[in-house]
Ligand binder design. Structure first.
Ligand code: FAD
Length: 611
């Protein structure tokens, strides 16, 4: 093995959804980032290797059409919209490619695929460097960084650095959790192997290998199978093929994979040959060889997030993300507990804050983490673990890591620096993340000090001033003391047709270099790449969202009169950033919408302008 030394500002270990969003956020803010991923593709449990669909706070409503705009914004929304439009065929490999493409496009981000972080050197309470290995090229990398972020799920980097972690299920008394065990144990949620099947035009026989498990209908009385209506819905199954939570999900992972393959083929054998369902024309198309791992280690951070934090929606001054998925607890024995439901979902009353302190180690002072290994009890983790929540935590951590480095503040000291926390939160809002109850108070945003905002027309109940309300979504699922009710977007009058325009005017000329627009992408709707046909039918997949502005122009008024500075066609994204080569001294800015992707009127949620 040859050895190379690499230098960066931030080393992110693990390229699941948390790691990718963390690395993208930090590198987009100018930090030099290295992302090490031990697999050939990015995405972790959302990759083509495992194929879980990304869910998040939309689970608060129990699914379907949402009464409020719960869907996460920021990088995960950018990814979801790209996939909805550019992957109508729902190919899992296109997901891998999209994540790879996003990373490859970032000039400050260097991606090391097939590269496993295997060691760390700590001195005076700080991680100084990590060791990573790429077996395919027989290379060892010594990677020096200022901040290290563990997004490996299993917490390998932190463990190598001696960071404290928890494992298993706490008892009720430890954190005062009603949903915890009477007695603590070392069990976790289990792992699963997913499969995909396809219906053919002729019978497709299946003979199980001798090592497959044998099941009877009694084993599945609480586990729904072949329930997709006339076509049985066998195209994607089954998250409840879960096993191994009574073992060590790291050390026993090879054994768990073998047993899960035996279980998965046993389930398929039962459906095809013994269940009575007419599955004769169905055949396996794909079967996972990499078990999706739900749980292993959870780090001990500066704060341990608990059930009560979630249920009470406790307000944290250092909030960097939010969650809302139910507390989703499974029996560790999985299919070997046929008399227990495969999951019990305890729905939460509100969205909840995730504080930065749950993502900063109580050990090494420059270690942060994002994803399923954050500092949360087993019960709280049962909600935070879903991938859109991991994504927003990843973006929050990447943003905090990058901005703290600019100020020379160690991760361990960020939360105590209220001004830095404010800057991090304002950056997250600027990047279209949502933080419960926090508004745009960015002093650099010139739109906030504009003298007048007008429009060609406004639909009843809205007005152009709403593009600087400081709030970019209607979220009613928050405790009363944190609600900020009201409409938050300008809509043109449908009767006046398109084009429609919105104009921002300043009393004195301002110098503008960047304009940020937030457009409507229907955050009240589900949207995620899924291999399940029934779930996808609840979304508008394979097309832009109808609310979204499709074609628009940006014009500015200068001393020489009006000039067009940007023209966009076929937009489907929610966040659009226009950066000019040079500052423009302007007295007014106008957005003219000529077409949407479906609606008969224009909608603009927020406009920001920066020098
Ligand atoms: C069967 C199953 C069903 C689930 N259902 C859903 C669902 O429907 N929706 C949902 O949103 N969530 C679901 N979850 C939960 C969710 O998938 C996980 O909690 C989530 O993947 C965590 O994201 P992560 O980025 O933290 O970790 P992971 O997705 O585990 O990604 C971590 C990545 O780090 C890499 N890595 C590990 N060690 C190293 C190392 N030493 N060096 C470099 N790289 C390393 C891994 O290969 C992996 O790619 C499910 C989980 C499972 C297993």
């Amino acid at each position: 093995m040859s050895t190379q030394t690499l230098e960066c500002d931030i080393l992110v270990a693990g390229g699941g959804i948390a790691g990718v969003c963390c690395a993208l956020a930090a590198s987009r803010l100018g930090a030099r980032v290295i992302l090490c991923q031990d697999r050939p593709v990015l995405g972790g449990n959302a990759s083509s290797e495992v194929r879980m669909h990304i869910v998040g706070a939309t689970g608060l409503s129990g699914g379907g059409e949402l009464e409020t705009e719960l869907r996460e914004g920021g990088i995960i929304e950018e990814l979801r919209l790209d996939l909805a439009v550019r992957n109508p065929q729902r190919s899992p490999s296109v997901m891998d490619l999209l994540l790879y493409d996003k990373c490859r496009r970032e000039p400050n981000l260097t991606l090391y695929l097939n590269t496993t972080v295997v060691g760390a050197t700590v001195a005076e309470g700080m991680i100084r460097k990590v060791r990573a290995e790429r077996q395919s090229t027989e290379e060892t990398f010594i990677i020096r960084a200022r901040t290290f972020v563990d997004c490996t799920g299993d917490g390998r980097l932190g463990v190598e650095a001696g960071a404290p972690f928890m494992r298993g299920r706490e008892n009720k008394a430890q954190y005062g959790e009603s949903l915890a065990q009477e007695t603590a144990d070392v069990k976790t949620l289990g792992s699963s192997i997913m499969f995909q099947a396809r219906r053919h035009d002729r019978p497709m026989p299946f003979a199980a290998p001798p090592w497959a498990r044998r099941f009877t209908a009694d084993d599945f009385k609480l586990r729904p199978y072949a329930q997709g209506g006339a076509d049985l819905g066998l195209e994607y199954g089954y998250w409840w093929i879960e096993w191994g939570g009574s073992l060590d999900t790291i050390k026993d992972s090879e054994h768990i994979r073998d047993e899960l393959l035996a279980i998965t083929l046993g389930v398929w054998d039962f459906i095809k040959n013994h269940s009575g369902a007419d599955a004769s024309h169905w055949a396996l198309e794909w079967i996972g060889f990499l078990p999706g791992k739900r749980e292993s280690r959870r780090f001990v951070g500066q704060h341990v997030l608990t059930e009560n934090d979630l249920i009470e929606s406790r307000a944290f001054p250092d909030a960097i993300a939010y969650g809302g998925w139910p507390i989703d607890i499974h029996p560790p024995e999985g299919v070997d507990a046929p008399n227990e439901p495969p999951c019990v979902q305890h729905h939460l009353p509100f969205l909840y804050d995730i504080p930065l302190r749950a993502c900063v180690s109580a050990g090494p002072r420059n270690l942060m983490f994002a994803g399923r290994n954050i500092s949360a009890t087993h019960v709280a983790f049962a909600s935070t673990r879903v991938m859109a929540t991991c994504a927003v935590v990843g973006q929050g951590v990447g943003t905090a890591a990058a901005l703290a480095l600019r100020e020379n503040v160690l991760p361990a000291d960020i939360a105590a620096d209220s001004e830095l926390v404010r800057v991090i939160q304002q950056q997250l809002l600027k990047d279209d993340c949502h933080l419960i109850g926090i508004r745009n108070e960015d002093d650099n945003d010139l739109v906030r000090s504009a003298s007048m905002i007008t429009a060609s027309s406004s639909r009843a109940g809205t007005n152009p001033e709403l593009v600087r309300s400081g709030q970019t979504r209607a979220v009613t699922c928050v405790p009363p003391n944190r609600v900020r009710p009201g409409t938050h977007r300008w809509m043109s009058d449908p009767a006046r047709r398109l084009p429609a325009w919105l104009e921002i005017r300043w009393a004195a000329p301002v110098s503008v270099r960047e304009v940020v627009l937030i457009l409507d992408t229907g955050l009240h709707r589900l949207l995620t790449l899924s291999q399940a046909d029934g779930y996808t039918q609840k979304m508008l997949w394979g097309r832009p969202q109808p609310e979204t502005v499709k074609d628009y122009m940006l014009s500015v008024e200068t001393a020489n009169g009006w000039q067009e500075v940007a023209r966009v066609e076929n937009n489907y994204q929610r966040r659009r950033v226009h950066r000019f080569e040079q500052n423009k001294v302007i007295t007014a800015l106008r957005v003219t919408v000529t077409q949407t992707n479906g609606l008969d009127h224009a909608r603009i949620i927020e406009v920001r302008a920066y020098a």
